[in-house]
Design a protein around this ligand. Structure first.
Ligand SMILES: [Zn+2]
Ligand SMILES: [Zn+2]
Length: 181
């Protein structure tokens, strides 16, 4: 295991959130255009805590998405500064908690804090682990030229280049055809 379970889950959630942009989504549409789509995403990830379901919340989460998408590909030093900024802005206060079916893990905001703030702080706390372990290069963007999907490479030798095997196969077929002509 490269990171703790809660860190890996938090990173996977950030990637899933980031991949709702048209350049990265399966449908090619913005999959975070409505509050209903936001609720679907949160339910899928069993995301706990406050939900307002209004336009303001949607707008704030969409801003968080842009910010985290950018942060994902920062180098280590820039990422460290950006994480510090996020934590300071949100007045993050780390605390070990145990709730629902989840064992001890860190919350650095209250469950009734606005959703976008909780998303950003949770991402920042996961990035703290990534930066401390000097593993920023595990946070990647798909190498397929027509896909901007983000993913965490948790492979043993950090050799994964594509977001999914689908992208990997597609690029392999394309390379094969290019050789064949
Ligand atoms: Zn929790
Ligand atoms: Zn891809």
């Amino acid at each position: 295991m490269i990171f703790t379970h809660d860190t890996e889950t938090a990173l996977d959630f950030v990637a899933a959130l980031a991949d709702t942009t048209p350049e990265a989504s399966d449908s090619g549409d913005d999959e975070l255009a409505t509050s209903a789509q936001l609720i679907t995403l949160l339910d899928l990830w069993e995301y706990s805590g406050r939900r307002d379901g209004d336009e303001r919340e949607l707008r704030e989460v969409r801003n968080a998405r842009d910010r985290l998408r950018e942060l994902w590909l920062f180098d280590r030093d820039d990422a460290a500064h950006a994480v510090n900024e996020l934590l300071a802005e949100a007045h993050a206060l780390p605390k070990l908690v145990r709730h629902d079916r989840l064992d001890w893990h860190i919350h650095a905001t209250e469950l009734d804090a606005p959703l976008a703030r909780r998303i950003m702080v949770e991402a920042a706390m996961a990035l703290v682990d990534v930066i401390r372990a000097d593993q920023m290069d595990r946070l990647r963007s798909c190498a397929a030229d027509d896909c901007e999907s983000l993913y965490v490479d948790l492979s043993k030798n950090a050799s994964r280049r594509f977001c999914t095997t689908r992208c990997g196969n597609r690029m392999a077929v394309r390379a094969y055809r290019a050789r064949a002509v």
